[in-house]
Design a protein around this ligand. Structure first.
Ligand SMILES: Cc1ncc(COP(=O)(O)O)c(C=O)c1O
Length: 380
């Protein structure tokens, strides 16, 4: 999607200052391939902030999810329980290995998978449950882990939106045996395209390093733990250039600035839209008291598809870009091949029609944000 042509785009990547300095340092270091100084520093940041055993930068969240599917040894005929209201990669990573998606509906408040429906979807073929923390608001992890634990099924958190979010005081990304992050340019912390695999179960660490390095033990050779590297497993090239890690580290180091700015943006919309929303039967994001959100996005839930489209059109006429989000995966061409039908996930179907995301990026001035609010509240 291109943002050009709009006075107020939906997103603009933010540059916080040190990106170019660190990239120049990576060049001066003489290492721009993967796993150099900046990659190691990004790993240390993620391990410390999220409290995970091991973090590995990847070329995208999609690739981190693919690594998770390989690590869990997903095979044809296995089932993966995923929300239908998510990005295609949450599902595709497992389908690539031959798994069949079993779509679970979402809660109408947080738009996260509805944990009360989980247990009845489990079958002898279920090999993994993948909760997605939508907008970085934590899923009901206590209930999800209780069901998963009773059936001995691993949980992989898709935390693409949720870096630095918390559920009951604990960081998102620290609950599943594996979790994934995205650093795509729409995320709070970015390097253009990028991701990370977070590993909470140490038994996956050694194989994860091998899968990420083309199926070789090159990481051990770099650490002096082996004297030559060889092909020992399947794998691919999932590690990003140290130039990208340099960019990302600059963003990580500006976390206080980034998060304070995003919080300001989020609270401005919430404060200035809440009365209007109440009067027009429109919902704002719902954040349970036990969740700390990372201020990833701001959305409105309109009363109908027609009302959502009218709002997008009205904003567009003022050169403001607001966008909808996921289309139900069970109703996509691919989802239908797995048996998806209208009515399977009614909450997802309704939310997908009614949700609109508002412009949200560092650099969106107060005046511009006020224009967005004014354009929205013109609704009679
Ligand atoms: C929930 C979710 N998972 C995974 C992804 C894929 O992320 P990436 O673009 O880093 O592969 C996205 C993309 O925005 C997403 O929204």
């Amino acid at each position: 999607m291109t943002w050009s042509g709009y006075a107020i785009p939906f997103n603009r990547p933010c540059f916080v200052g040190n990106e170019q300095v660190y990239m120049a340092k990576a060049i001066a270091n003489g290492q721009i391939s993967g796993d150099g100084e900046f990659t190691r520093r990004c790993h240390a940041f993620l391990e410390k902030e999220i409290g995970v055993t091991k973090a590995l930068l990847t070329t995208s969240c999609t690739h981190a999810l693919e690594m998770a599917a390989l690590l869990l040894d997903i095979r044809p005929g296995d089932e993966v329980i995923v929300p239908s209201f998510t990005f295609v990669s949450t599902v595709n990573a497992f389908v690539l290995r031959g798994a069949r998606p079993v779509f679970i509906d979402i809660r109408p408040d947080t738009l996260n998978l509805d944990e009360s429906r989980l247990e009845r979807l489990i079958s002898p073929h279920t090999k993994v449950i993948v909760p997605v923390h939508y907008a970085g608001v934590g899923c009901e992890m206590d209930a999800i882990l209780a069901v998963a634990g009773r059936h001995g099924i691993p949980v992989v958190e898709d935390n693409a939106h949720g870096l630095l979010g918390r559920y009951k005081g604990r960081r998102l990304g620290s609950f599943g045996c594996l979790a994934t992050q995205s650093f795509h340019e729409t995320k709070n912390f970015t390097c253009g395209e990028g991701g990370a695999l977070l590993i909470n179960d140490f038994r996956y660490v050694e194989r994860a390093e091998i899968l990420r390095e083309k199926g070789t033990n090159r990481s051990q050779v770099f650490r002096g733990q082996a004297d030559k590297y060889s092909w020992i497993d399947v794998g691919s090239s999932y590690l990003p250039s140290d130039l990208l890690a340099a960019f990302l580290l600059a963003q990580f180091e500006a976390r206080d600035y980034i998060q304070a700015q995003r919080r300001r943006l989020w609270e401005f919309y919430a404060t200035h839209l809440c009365d209007w929303a109440l009067q027009h039967d429109i919902s704002l994001p719902s954040i349970p008291a036990h969740c700390e959100q990372p201020y990833h996005m701001f959305y409105l839930l309109m009363p109908s598809l027609a009302a959502r489209q009218a709002l997008i059109d009205r904003l567009k006429a003022r050169r403001i870009l607001a966008v909808f989000h996921y289309l139900p995966l069970h109703l996509s061409a691919m989802g239908r091949r797995f048996g998806g039908q209208l009515g399977d996930c009614p909450v997802t179907e309704s939310i997908s029609d009614r949700l609109v995301r508002l412009p949200f990026y560092i650099g969106l001035s107060k005046a511009d944000q006020a224009s967005v609010v004014a354009a929205i509240t013109d609704l009679k």
